[in-house]
Write a protein that binds this ligand. Structure first.
Ligand code: BGC
Length: 371
């Protein structure tokens, strides 16, 4: 049965940039804290997938700091990419009196039952960065424009190869260029968005023969790396070099910096040197990969400012708890199989050696020393 705990009232007329507004149609989550108008001491559960990747550590710490700033108590947990661990952490948050949950899922389809428990106790749920699928108990979603992230990854691959110039215009270079394709974890809803966005850019060049995939592996299922594991990507890249019959690889579409590191290791072991490494993309602007970009190894990454994402999630929680309107800017894209989850999408930026200082250092995301 379709169900909506918060009525979505569209207060603005046009899409993304303007921001739509969802109206708190129930007092769910507006319990003690909301009624008194004070958030002091209200407990918020924050479930993050893993500490194996810097970005999720930064996400967790940002969300925690921003909630604490507003006077909330925070129960922050990382699940070591283990689904049963994440489920039991969320159960503990509920039992511990959480008044709202912010969840970055490992596998977006595995939380239905524990979220039913949250719903029975009127605890609002925000899906953080990754959509929670198959549950009508997700109130709001905040993320980046994930399809656009994929478009940016593919665009930077083409720019690095020289097929496009820095303005995104075709240069007339016709290759053919040999590329291999990687996708993210098939149980992460974002992975398909990244892939579809990237393929929308690459497919015409694959069709026209400007791009060629020596391994012949062009399906998402073949390209996907379960749990986004760098070692799995490294093993697959080693296999692809063999399957590709020794043809020189000019570019690799990689959807995440951790995978890019594994891919570059495989390429280096396979005989490529820093001077002739293929164009390798990425995502998240993790320190190791930005350093690799500066060293001329990885070509690009996609910067997603998790400070903004954290702020958005915290604002959503704070609005719900205080019975205020929740701002969203997308009410169409994220259908989780049960409901279309009202979402707030943020924008991402392509980073290369040419703009990393401006985007990452000048914005205060990293200090020059860290890089
Ligand atoms: C996130 C990406 C991240 C990937 C691996 C995705 O859900 O959106 O930013 O690279 O997970 O952690």
């Amino acid at each position: 049965m379709m169900k909506k705990k918060f009525l979505v009232g569209i207060a603005a007329t046009s899409a993304l940039a303007l921001g739509l507004t969802a109206c708190g149609g129930s007092n769910r989550g507006g319990s003690e804290a909301g009624e008194s108008g004070s958030t002091e001491g209200a407990r918020i559960g924050v479930a993050m997938p893993t500490q194996q990747s810097e970005r999720w550590i930064a996400d967790g710490e940002n969300v925690q700091a921003q909630l604490e700033e507003l006077g909330y108590e925070v129960d922050l947990q990382f699940a070591n990419d283990d689904i049963p661990t994440q489920i039991s952490q969320i159960e503990n948050m509920i039992n511990g009196g959480a008044e709202a949950l912010i969840i970055a899922s490992i596998d977006g389809t595995t939380l239905t039952s524990v979220l039913d428990t949250a719903e029975a106790q009127d605890i609002p749920v925000i899906a953080y960065d990754r959509l929670i699928n198959g549950s009508d108990t997700v109130d709001y979603y905040t993320t980046f424009d994930n399809e656009q992230v994929g478009v940016q990854q593919a665009t930077s691959l083409l720019t690095g190869l020289g097929v496009l110039d820095e303005n995104g215009e075709e240069t007339g270079e016709e290759g053919p260029y040999n590329v291999e394709l990687f996708a993210g974890s098939p149980d992460d809803n974002n992975a398909t968005f990244f892939w579809n966005g990237a393929m929308s850019v690459l497919q015409p060049y694959l069709d026209s023969g400007v791009l060629n995939v020596p391994s012949g592996q062009v399906d998402f299922e073949q390209a996907a790396i379960l749990r986004w594991l760098p070692d799995t990507a490294q093993d697959r890249m080693e296999d692809l070099l063999t399957i590709g019959g020794g043809e020189t690889v000019d570019g690799v579409l990689s959807p995440y910096d951790g995978l890019s590191i594994g891919i570059i290791s495989a390429l280096t072991s396979g005989g490529y040197s820093a001077d002739d490494l293929p164009i390798v993309t990425g995502q998240d602007a993790e320190v190791g990969s930005v350093q690799s970009i500066i060293a001329g190894e990885q070509y690009s990454t996609i910067f997603k400012d998790v400070r903004e994402l954290g702020e958005r999630a915290v604002t959503m929680v704070d609005s719900i708890i205080n019975g205020e309107e929740v701002e969203v800017n997308d009410t169409e894209t994220y259908d989780n199989g049960e409901i279309v989850v009202p979402s707030y999408l943020l924008e991402s930026t392509i980073v290369t050696v040419d703009n990393y200082e401006e985007v990452l250092v000048d914005s205060g995301y990293y200090t020059a020393d860290e890089l």
